[in-house]
Design a protein around this ligand. Structure first.
Ligand code: URA
Length: 285
């Protein structure tokens, strides 16, 4: 059956549909030996030969879903022209051709979904739908009382940003340190630097940002650099949100704080537990 190339590529686990369109536009896709220039081009995987970056596409692989505790200090791509550390080293041992669902900024840590399921990834990321993401943002000063209430109201009412209005689906005070406050924000969009821009606009620029969960998939108990497979129930939870708008009443207000870690560079793959195991020469059972 003929289908659009980006759909075939997503099914085959090459990339999300949106990313597949970028690959086509960048001239990296060939159909029967000819570079594809048109986004609407259709093909049939049973008859046609499709190559991405010269590599032949095969029919669908098994779908895998994982969550990476992305550390701060690495980019959410598989290679970086500037030579910065990327998330590739945390996922390169995965046999399937997996990629991240959306992005976290270089300096942001937390839950990053990793998959080869292009269709579900597309539905989760699509701006029309809006899966909920929970962030903890550290800001300067002790925000509490009336000031805290006003700030949360403002965040939930929304502010005007240069690319349109933005608001938190839910916002609350999470914790205080002697000098700072952690604010919990739930948003249902993936616009670039959204939380940083939202907090800046309400007069509280972010010092540190942690994504506690994406669509309810969290990194509690994990350490930066650690990757784990999702349970059946977690994959079902993601599927149940695909193609729907996030709802404020689904928000989970009990959120874990980021893992404590010393140092500012991204850690070695596997997180603290794997590093300890490596250091002590212990073997995985
Ligand atoms: N908001 C940001 O500002 N940065 C991210 O990485 C994610 C959300």
């Amino acid at each position: 059956m003929e289908e659009r190339l980006q759909k075939i590529m997503a099914h085959a686990g090459i990339a999300s549909r949106r990313k597949a369109e970028e690959l086509i536009a960048a001239g990296r896709v060939e159909l029967n030996g000819k570079k594809v220039n048109e986004l609407g081009t259709k093909a049939d995987l049973a008859k046609d030969i499709i190559r991405v970056d010269g590599k032949l596409i095969h029919a669908a692989q098994d779908k895998v879903w994982m969550v990476l505790y992305k550390p701060a200090g690495c980019v959410t791509t598989l290679s970086d022209p500037e030579g910065r550390m990327t998330i590739a080293k945390y996922i390169e041992h995965v046999p399937e051709r997996v990629y991240p669902v959306g992005r976290l900024d270089y300096d942001v840590e937390g839950a990053l979904l990793i998959t080869n399921d292009g269709d579900l990834a597309h539905q989760l990321m699509h701006p029309k739908f809006g899966v909920r993401r929970t962030y903890l943002a550290k800001v300067t000063g002790h925000i509490a009382g009336e000031m805290g209430v006003k700030l949360m109201e403002k965040l939930m009412k929304g502010v005007r940003l240069e690319d349109g209005r933005a608001k938190a689906l839910d916002a609350g005070l999470q914790a205080h340190t002697p000098k700072n406050t952690w604010i919990r924000l739930v948003v249902a969009e993936g616009r670039p630097h959204l939380v940083k821009r939202l907090m800046e606009a309400v007069g509280h620029p972010v010092l540190k940002l942690f994504r506690a969960d994406y669509g309810g998939i969290d990194v509690q108990g994990m350490s930066p650099g650690e990757l784990r497979e999702l349970s059946r129930a977690e994959v079902d939870l993601l599927k149940s949100q695909a193609g729907k708008k996030a709802d404020a009443k689904d928000v989970d207000k009990s959120v874990g704080m980021p893992a404590r870690r010393h140092g500012t560079t991204a850690p070695a793959p596997g997180g603290r537990r794997a590093q300890k195991r490596r250091a002590s020469g212990a073997r995985r059972s």
